[in-house]
Design a protein around this ligand. Structure first.
Ligand code: M6R
Length: 334
């Protein structure tokens, strides 16, 4: 987690020629599909929001394990952008094989540069974050988000604008990762580590981050955690809220703020304990985790406090945060 002080800046340092070439492919493709599994899948889903907002472009999303459904739409003019830390995930590899059999072009965003996925790809953008040993993905996640933001800017010929934005994000992360900040999150962890369930809500590009937050919490704290789009609560999940149920609200100070706060108010009215992750405080928050002001980079900023919270919950519950039960770092079987 702490490596992210440096890793984000490293991931932004991509070969401009490769970025331009991949941008051309995105602009010419008969359908771009961003794919991945687990956390990389949540990042792939975030790409649909990032490309829409930054570049006004439509990209499709599928989990590697669910790519079969896209099979009938893939042609030799399709483009696949596969995201993977290890580059060895069997479900993602199988999806790439399907796409290759149709003649599609494969771009990958991977951390392990000599991995199977990197070798199967026509173009590869490396994450450059160094070995990620813990099972839970952290620094690879934020680097994947950064490379996708950069690629979205590149696709509208604004590489430098994207780079500047992400370098400023990297500076903001540096300010965030300090012992006082961690202590504030530890305090929260001590309040909630005995709960059975917790929920996370987000909107727009922070909706996939609510899903990713749930994976992070599940993996290392073993607390039942689920992420939702804030607007979906009233269609069912609101029934899960009872007195003191912790709910993390990802609330960047953007056009979605008032909507997600209104969702938080609905939860609070049912007794929920609201943990706001935001650059601004709000009277709905029972516990405020302050994050720096962010723009389209808010998914990168917002996931970091959740990573720290998950880590401390794991320690408080005597779980091994590096090697959670039942999981492997790289899932090489179907
Ligand atoms: O190596 P990959 O990025 O392809 O791995 C995909 C998932 O197995 C992985 O992201 C998993 O969900 C993480 N353990 C989550 O922290």
């Amino acid at each position: 987690i702490m490596d992210q002080k440096e890793t984000l800046a490293r991931s932004v340092n991509q070969d401009e020629e490769a970025l331009k070439k991949i941008s051309e492919l995105i602009n010419q493709a008969y359908g771009t599909y961003v794919i991945g599994c687990g956390t990389a899948g949540k990042v792939a889903l975030t790409a649909t929001y990032l490309f829409s907002k930054i570049a006004k472009k439509h990209v499709n999303f599928a989990f590697g394990s669910e790519f079969e459904v896209c099979k009938n739409f893939i042609t030799k003019d399709s483009l696949i952008i596969a995201i993977s830390q290890s580059g060895e995930t069997a479900d993602t590899i199988e999806a790439i094989e399907i796409a290759k059999s149709k003649g599609a072009t494969i771009v990958s965003i991977v951390n392990v540069e000599n991995s199977s996925i990197a070798r199967m790809s026509d173009f590869c953008l490396p994450l450059k974050v160094g070995p990620e040993k813990a099972v839970a993905s952290t620094k690879a996640t934020t680097a994947q988000l950064a490379v996708l933001i950069l690629l979205a800017y590149a696709s509208i010929n604004k590489i430098n604008e994207g780079k500047q934005l992400l370098l400023s994000t990297s500076g903001k992360i540096n300010d965030l990762l300090n012992p006082r900040y961690e202590d504030h999150i530890l305090e929260l962890a001590k309040n909630i580590y005995t709960v059975e369930s917790m929920y996370i809500i987000g909107k727009g590009e922070n909706y996939p981050m609510a899903l990713e937050s749930a994976i992070k919490l599940q993996e290392v704290s073993y607390i039942h955690a689920e992420g939702f789009a804030g607007g979906e609560l009233k269609h069912g999940p609101l029934a899960l809220i009872s007195q003191d149920t912790p709910v993390i609200v990802l609330a960047p100070n953007d056009e979605n703020f008032k909507h997600i706060i209104s969702n938080a108010q609905e939860i609070k009215a049912r007794g929920g304990y609201i943990i706001g992750i935001s650059s601004i405080n709000h009277d709905t928050f029972d516990y405020w985790i302050r994050v720096p002001e962010a723009d389209i980079d808010s998914p990168i900023i917002n996931i970091i406090p959740v990573q720290i919270l998950s880590y401390h919950l794991a320690l408080l519950k005597n779980n091994d945060p590096d090697m959670p039960r039942n999981l492997a770092k790289s899932v090489t079987v179907k």
